[in-house]
Design a protein around this ligand. Sequence first.
Ligand code: PEP
Length: 262
Amino acid sequence: MRKRFIAGNWKMFNGPTATSEFMVNFVPKLISSKDIAENIKSKKMEVAIFAPFVSLSAAVKASGSSSLIIGAQNMHWEKSGAFTGEISAPMLKELGCTHVLIGHSERRHIFHETSEELHKKLNAALEEGLIPVFCVGELLEDRESGSTFDVIRKQLLAGLKGMDGNDVANNIIVAYEPVWAIGTGKTASSEDAQEVCAFIRKLLGDTFGEGIAVKTLILYGGSVKPENTEAILSMADIDGVLVGGASLKPDSFLGIAKAAVQ
Ligand code: PEP
């Protein structure tokens, strides 16, 4: 059985003070929620927050020994150098991050990050021992023109080009996030999300072998809330959720983690 991965992407919300306030409320509830704590302890579930760079220290400190995973939302592919405004994987490691989002649709579409750059970022994260959550997803126009699978295939294969299958299975998490469902309140139906996640798993199988595909975690993201989490996670190829808006309030994110208990 694959574990469940429940991740909150805070985007450009929650500076250090708001982060500490969130954690003071959230962490004790996470620890004292018996079913969630048991799932985490028995490695059936992981819960993660992807915080803004400036809030990572506060998040790591406040997460303490709770097993809450803290990750960053982006990184540069070089370890250091003249890249004003950028943050590297070793810097994230030094802060205590274990995970990093790579290729979130806002990075691809607002900041025009290319597949080549994302491929370099994935390799740099792996080299540093950070687990990348690699996001793929189609635009509304792609879906309407029937090219969803083509877009997903191109994004996925470009990112994972030349990678070792064991890295894909054990050290990378894939997140399917249809761009039209992010922050819009429009959720892909569970069946639509499953269809694309199953396609991703098949593609991983064709590329790296069936044994790799069955082990790889695949998440869905796009207007996930406590109320729709159970239905989404009941789908065979969806192993977790990547949550934006609904991860900003402790009780709502906790509700999502509760709905994910298995
Ligand atoms: C996201 O930011 O990855 C996301 C899925 O946002 P939301 O849940 O708000 O749609």
